[in-house]
Design a binder for this molecule. Structure first.
Ligand SMILES: *Cc1c(COP(=O)(O)O)cnc(C)c1O
Length: 404
């Protein structure tokens, strides 16, 4: 994404022409950026060639998932719907892992029938349930057990998952008991130890602590795990301050870990694969100058992009056409929804905007469309993929008739 002649464009397609042709709000993804992210990820860890399972929940667009599959990735799913989408996008079952604390009987049966690589169980009860279903169906099912390593991911509390107060995974004590239990079972095979300590992690330290915890517990089990699934959580640079997770350093720590543990590594990245591939194009509906605050009211809202309302997260906002005229006022960029949390960002000294001007919200490829809803009976935005300087509509704008 860059400005040329003051006009913002993705892969040489002007944001302005996208808005003109397809309307706003519109999600736009860059294929080149996607490819670069995936290649960079692979390159960083190539010394032990991990299985990279894209976390479908970060972006559930089947066409995009299909592109991700063509670039060599498998899938991490957390529901039957996501599993169906991964299969529809052509991902082979032997590259799919299933996570989540509350898999239902129906979901477990479906996963067993589809012969996916691993069901990563998160409780004793779930292991008993998988065993019961496998026994009825006379099958032997490959499972992982998710450990809660009790390490602090040092990220937002809402997206931290690896501490003992979180609902995810099992404690060390339960883990050790489950290893013994599963090793005696004829219907479940313990293939994997899995962890996922949280999301938007920018520092290697929490991962290093996690690896230490894994090393310790593996020694105690005396079990040889075919796979170690390290989850995802690699952070990206939302603030444009160049702070990103050092994948090379993480890779070195894993290499060290693998000296004692001869397992295949699985990753489940979501955000780091798609986060910076997407922008959300929006038009200014009104500008409202108040007594205490000034508002830029956009045609995009929290139903289209939930992260700021849900986590107070920051997404940069850029004008579609650059000008030198800077406003000396402070503006809050808000949506039209009847909620005070329906706001995106407060900006001082933004360039002067007029009603009907276009802006883009940056880095919305992950947890953008996948967290969107129809709140206020608002149709979901169109999704567009720019590939080889061509515009591909990969999901149509929802129509009001579909909602009413
Ligand atoms: C959400 C999630 C991921 C992906 O997290 P990112 O921060 O998007 O990389 C991976 N594994 C599990 C189990 C998850 O719940």
């Amino acid at each position: 994404m860059k400005y040329s002649n003051k006009k913002l464009s993705i892969e040489n397609i002007k944001v302005q022409s996208i808005a003109k042709k397809f309307g706003t709000p519109a999600y736009c993804y860059s294929y080149n950026q996607l490819k670069e992210n995936i290649n960079n990820f692979k390159r960083s860890f190539k010394s032990f060639s991990p299985l990279i399972c894209f976390a479908i929940k970060s972006n559930t667009n089947v066409n995009l998932i299909s592109e991700i599959r063509k670039l060599g990735l498998g899938a991490d799913v957390v529901s039957m719907g996501e599993l169906m989408k991964a299969l529809k996008a052509g991902i082979k079952p032997n590259k799919i892992v299933f996570s989540g604390v509350g898999k239902t009987v129906e979901e477990i049966k479906y996963a067993i029938n589809k012969k996916i690589l691993l069901i990563n169980a998160e409780s004793k009860s779930e292991i008993f349930e998988i065993e019961r279903i496998a026994k009825i169906n006379k099958k032997s099912v490959n499972v992982g057990v998710r450990l809660n390593p009790n390490v602090d991911a040092k990220t937002l509390s809402q997206i931290s998952t690896g501490k003992k107060e979180n609902k995810f995974g099992v404690s060390e004590k339960d883990f050790l008991e489950l290893v013994k239990y599963i090793n005696k079972s004829k219907f479940v095979n313990l293939k994997c130890l899995s962890v996922h300590i949280g999301s938007q992690i920018l520092d290697v330290k929490p991962y290093e602590n996690m690896l230490k915890a894994l090393d310790k517990i593996i020694k105690k089990t005396n079990h040889s795990f075919e796979y170690i699934d390290l989850g995802g959580g690699m952070g990206i640079d939302y603030r444009n301050n160049k702070k990103v997770l050092n994948l090379k350093k993480y890779s070195l720590s894993i290499k060290k870990f693998l000296k004692n543990n001869n397992s295949k590594i699985i990753f489940e990245p979501g955000r780091s694969i798609v986060g910076n591939t997407g922008i959300l194009v929006s038009k200014v509906t009104y500008i409202k100058e108040g007594h205490k605050k000034n508002f830029i009211i956009l045609d995009v809202a929290m139903n289209d992009l939930m992260r700021p309302a849900l986590y107070n997260s920051i997404h940069r906002i850029l004008p579609a056409t650059k000008s030198r005229k800077i406003s000396n006022k402070t503006y809050e960029f808000v949506g039209p929804i009847c909620e005070s949390t329906d706001k995106f960002l407060t900006i001082k000294n933004f360039q002067k905007l007029d009603e009907k001007d276009l802006i883009v919200i940056c880095d919305v490829g992950a947890y953008g469309i996948s967290l969107s809803s129809n709140y206020n009976v608002r149709p979901k935005p169109i999704e567009i993929l720019i590939k080889n300087s061509k515009i591909n509509v990969i999901n149509k704008r929802q129509k009001l008739v579909d909602l009413i």
